[in-house]
Write a protein that binds this ligand. Sequence first.
Ligand SMILES: *[C@@H]1O[C@H](CO)[C@@H](O)[C@H](O)[C@H]1NC(C)=O
Ligand SMILES: *[C@@H]1O[C@H](CO)[C@@H](O)[C@H](O)[C@H]1NC(C)=O
Ligand SMILES: *[C@@H]1O[C@H](CO)[C@@H](O)[C@H](O)[C@H]1NC(C)=O
Ligand SMILES: *[C@@H]1O[C@H](CO)[C@@H](O)[C@H](O)[C@H]1NC(C)=O
Ligand SMILES: *[C@@H]1O[C@H](CO)[C@@H](O)[C@H](O)[C@H]1NC(C)=O
Length: 435
Amino acid sequence: MAFLVLLAAVLLVLSAQAVHHVAGQPGFLSIDCGLDDEYSGYKDPDSGIVYVSDGAYADNGENLKVAPEYESRLVRRDQTVRSFPSGVRNCYALPTVAGAKYLARLAATYGNHDGRNDSSAMEFDVHLGANYWDTVLVRVDQVYEVLFVAWAGWAPVCLLNTGHGAPFLSILELRRLGDALYPALMANQTMSMFGRRNMGGKFTRFPHDPYDRYWWMTVGPQWRNLSTAQNMQPDPSFVEPVAVLQTAATATGNNTALSYTWQENRPAYSFMVLLHFADFQSAQLREFDIYFDGNRLGPSDKPYRPQYLASSTVCSSGWYRASDGNYNITLVASAVSELPPMLNAIEIYTLLAFDTPTTFPDDYTASALLIITLLAIREKHPQKIRQVYLIVNEEPIGNNRRVVKGEMVGYGSSSTDSLFHRLATGTAWMSSWSW
Ligand SMILES: *[C@@H]1O[C@H](CO)[C@@H](O)[C@H](O)[C@H]1NC(C)=O
Ligand SMILES: *[C@@H]1O[C@H](CO)[C@@H](O)[C@H](O)[C@H]1NC(C)=O
Ligand SMILES: *[C@@H]1O[C@H](CO)[C@@H](O)[C@H](O)[C@H]1NC(C)=O
Ligand SMILES: *[C@@H]1O[C@H](CO)[C@@H](O)[C@H](O)[C@H]1NC(C)=O
Ligand SMILES: *[C@@H]1O[C@H](CO)[C@@H](O)[C@H](O)[C@H]1NC(C)=O
């Protein structure tokens, strides 16, 4: 039987102090990877976000700086990286509350930290827990973001070396979302962000967005910008930033249709779109039909009318994949509409294919409890245990995985002592651990 080894790196980490210690934004954890501990807790001048070092959240890896010629071009959080040259799987352990909704975001901005000055072939995989999240293509220099429901007291974000260079990160951020946000986000539906656009407006994040989502600017020759200074009422299920709702795109000239298109051929991708509408031109009638690749969204029997000064969101139902990889959202004005269609913002998500079964929550919780116990021991005997790891052997059982054997190991006391000490071994459901 195939044996799956999950090396869940863990933790100096769950040590609650590290988590609550930092004065920052409640519900935010913002790691500036590779930052020296002595600078931990600095405030980003643009966003006001407090960034911390990764010391408390990752045990492996090395802190590196980008090369001097890149330094001036990069914002502070991108000037250092944490690189993981050894091991196939290295994980950050992010503290979570089981059942709560989160956004996790990472970026790997290359600045010649490895002296090769070439990122063209660099790539690595990122996993959320035991599940594939995405492949980071370093040359593309983008951010990767996922919305998920936490299944335990910590969520491992793991970097997998796939043979195309040592994985590294510049930032890793965790944001707790409100429980009512993103109704489609469920334990069985982890959503990877494909695009989030502020139509007709600028790039926007915290503090305009209380959850620090990124809303990118987008321009199209077929769109005209609309904007208002009036206050807008966000949709309670999405809490869009008012600044995002205050701008919109509309059709140019006398066009009565507005299209947003993209292409994506990866077969594993299926999409959900969220369209945010809030009208601020009230004098004339605006109504339109909404199509996603020809399938009608919104009311089935009549055209859609955006609300005045209040947002409402139209979502595609379920997950959709186009066989030819071409996607097209089109808003078409109805015959009686006096104004062309408008769109304030769009979000596009893909469903993360959790085709590998997930660990039973009880097993995860048991592991977390053990780690906490171990951390307590470490606190008493710091000279004996410097770092603690949990190695979990899992077997697929039905649609899930059952932990069949766990092994707790620790590093010795000095940072150069890489000798593993076996601390504990447990079998079957992790309930019978021997020390
Ligand atoms: C790194 O590459 C860039 C362009 O790819 C070049 O401009 C720069 O001079 C190179 N730096 C070094 C140190 O070789
Ligand atoms: C997740 O569960 C909900 C109901 O609880 C169901 O409607 C939805 O289709 C499920 N999603 C997936 C991807 O299985
Ligand atoms: C629309 O607004 C964006 C963001 O402010 C700007 O970059 C773009 O040039 C504007 N487009 C037009 C046609 O004015
Ligand atoms: C829009 O339509 C009006 C009336 O039909 C016409 O006078 C005007 O030239 C058109 N504008 C454009 C940009 O096509
Ligand atoms: C998108 O769909 C609309 C209506 O079906 C069509 O007019 C338009 O050409 C399409 N755009 C692209 C880029 O496929």
